[in-house]
Design a protein around this ligand. Structure first.
Ligand code: DGP
Length: 114
């Protein structure tokens, strides 16, 4: 797996509030929620950042977004609406270097983001 905290969650080495998982990805609640609903969707494959995506990851990326939409329905925020964010590197606000989608909902989102 990888030696980031998310790699260890995906490997089952440390606990998380997991809402969905399969062979390719894991969805779990963020420890420091920025909205009433804040869920992270990660690939099991330890891709550090969006910059590291390769052509061979195209199907996996599709699965991450499909999972985000499915989990949004599962937790009841799909109809009201939600936001999906990927932070990349320092200026993008990334702190954990294992690719992840933030699924945020449960309150109106502001635009532009801070
Ligand atoms: P980012 O800044 O985009 O890299 O987002 C990292 C997110 O990960 C941040 O919202 C807080 C969350 N986080 C950090 N450590 C843990 C952890 O150990 N467990 C969980 N569930 N979330 C974590």
């Amino acid at each position: 797996m990888s030696d980031t905290i998310f790699g260890r969650i995906a490997a089952g080495e440390i606990p998380a509030d997991i809402l969905y998982q399969d062979d390719d990805l894991v969805a779990f609640r963020d420890l420091s929620p920025q909205a009433p609903t804040h869920i992270l969707i990660i690939p099991r494959k330890p891709i550090p950042t969006l910059n590291h995506l390769e052509e061979e990851d195209a199907e996996l990326v599709g699965k991450l977004f499909l999972a985000a939409a499915r989990v949004a329905k599962q937790v009841g925020i799909a109809e009201a609406g939600y936001r999906v964010v990927i932070n990349c590197n320092a200026a993008g606000g990334q702190t954990v270097f294992h690719l992840h989608l933030h699924l945020l909902g449960g309150r109106p989102m502001q635009w532009p983001p801070g």
